[in-house]
Write a protein that binds this ligand. Structure first.
Ligand code: GLU
Length: 326
């Protein structure tokens, strides 16, 4: 049987790609509402893809809750939910192709061994740069999932990411990250799995995704994903739109320390979806201050040009707004 590409009609396609590692929070609400509004304004098709490959962090029941919360916000989609772990074969095929091309290799070095060989991490980076000196002398041409994680050989040089919102960004992946993991090691109870950087490229391609809208914490991942795409000889590049993150009042990434910002918790406490949407509309530059609005009002008023390039800060007033009942 010949597989028909999902995007045979050349309709732009975007994807909502939540990871069911925790319930959606206010930052996810911003990203998904913006992505949905752009899609519905421009006639893009929307794929809902559940990214459940990060097995140790996947929480039971969160998948259904995630879908339910998207619906609660008034977001709809045309395809899915497609669950990433349910179609492993394309990820395995991609690894076989990368191995045939001689640009991936198994590596069972520990973090300590890598740290010992690496230069000091770049300022602000938590990642240890994986140095080229740790590559094995011979790279196998066949992929096997027996004993180790697999890394992609990162060529020296800069990778340009053209972003519809963030502009042009240049990353030197070899200097800042080095050879990165594309396949995670098997464990006694499950086979190895594609790492996020591989799975996202394979699935975006096979699902015909042409538009990627997400938080700008993933801008540097876009560079890694370009390298994976090159390795797989995928010529189609999605158009990227990376949006500023929602930060806590201390200017750090929204996390548990900022209290419970999960949509589920607000909903259980009686907050109406319109209040969440109104706060997101304020964050997106549509309203001077939060007001209750519906998803369709959000859709009608959303305009990327009004969105600030600065990170959004979740303030105490935002939280008061969400908890007020009148
Ligand atoms: N699943 C990822 C997340 O929830 C998003 C990945 C992507 O949009 O490429 O952070």
């Amino acid at each position: 049987m010949v597989a028909v590409p999902l995007n045979a009609e050349h309709i732009p396609i975007t994807r909502l790609a939540p990871s069911p590692t925790g319930a959606l929070h206010l930052g996810n609400a911003r990203t998904f509402l913006a992505n949905w509004a752009l899609a519905r304004q421009h006639g893009w098709r929307i794929v809902l893809r559940i990214e459940d490959l990060d097995t140790p962090r996947i929480k039971p029941g969160v998948m259904a809750l995630t879908v339910d919360l998207l619906r609660w916000l008034g977001i709809d989609w045309d395809v899915g939910p497609l669950v990433q772990s349910e179609t492993p074969e394309p990820h395995w095929a991609a690894m076989r192709a990368l191995a045939r091309a001689g640009i991936v290799y198994p590596s069972d070095l520990t973090r300590t061994q890598i740290e010992a060989a690496a230069s000091a991490p770049q300022e602000g980076s938590h990642e240890v740069v994986f140095p080229a000196s740790l590559r094995p002398p011979v790279v196998p041409r066949e992929f096997d999932d027996t004993h180790a994680c697999w890394r992609l050989i990162v060529p020296p040089g800069e990778v340009r990411v053209e972003d519809a919102f963030a502009g042009t960004r240049v990353f030197d992946v070899s200097r800042v990250i080095g050879d990165f993991v594309v396949w995670t090691r098997r464990t006694p109870d499950r086979p190895g799995q594609p790492a996020y950087q591989l799975a996202v490229v394979v699935d975006d391609d096979r699902q015909g995704v042409t538009e990627v809208v997400r938080g700008d914490d993933l801008l540097d991942s876009a560079a890694r994903q370009m390298l994976v795409r090159r390795g797989l000889a995928i010529t189609r590049e999605p158009r990227y739109t990376h949006l500023p993150l929602v930060l806590g009042p201390d200017g750090r990434r929204l996390a548990k320390r900022h209290g419970d910002t999960r949509l589920d918790t607000f909903r259980a406490g009686g907050t109406r979806a319109e209040r969440v949407i109104g706060l997101v509309a304020h964050w997106c530059g549509m309203l001077d201050k939060p007001a209750e609005i519906s998803a369709s009002e959000f859709l009608a008023g959303f305009d990327l040009r009004k969105m600030s390039r600065e990170p959004i800060v979740l303030t105490a007033e935002s939280l008061t707004w969400l908890s007020r009942r009148t």
